[in-house]
Design a protein. Structure first.
Length: 125
């Protein structure tokens, strides 16, 4: 098994031995963890794009950078950026108060994605 963050390794431990109720509880914890990571990933991605990190790394477009470097689909990257920019424009909104908004927006987006280890470690720090 690859080097995983402790939170993810715990979710995967002995998963084949779980009954339906324990598996359901584990899946719910996984979804909550994914939502927390997404809430952290949006501001990080926006900072990277505004700092032109994608261009500095030799990518001509966000799509290639998101896919190759971050492990995020281009659709998910664009959705996270739209959400972050909208939250920044909304009066009285801030990252901590925007988590429910991010969760609703994420559930409306059908595009799947995987979390890179860098975001996993940054979110758990």
């Amino acid at each position: 098994m690859p080097d995983l963050a402790p939170e993810i390794a715990e979710l995967l431990a002995r998963v084949d031995e779980l009954d339906a109720f324990d598996l359901d509880a584990r899946i719910r914890r996984a979804v909550a963890l994914e939502q927390r990571f997404e809430a952290c990933a949006g501001p990080l991605l926006l900072a990277a794009v505004e700092g032109r990190l994608d261009r500095d790394r030799g990518y001509a477009a966000l799509e290639g950078y998101a896919r190759d470097t971050l492990g995020v689909s281009p659709r998910k990257a664009r959705a996270l950026l739209r959400l972050e920019r909208a939250c920044a424009k909304a009066p009285g909104r801030g990252p901590a108060r925007d988590l429910p908004l991010r969760r609703r927006a994420r559930s409306a987006d059908a595009g799947g994605w995987r979390l890179p280890r860098d975001f996993t470690r940054a979110a758990s720090a």
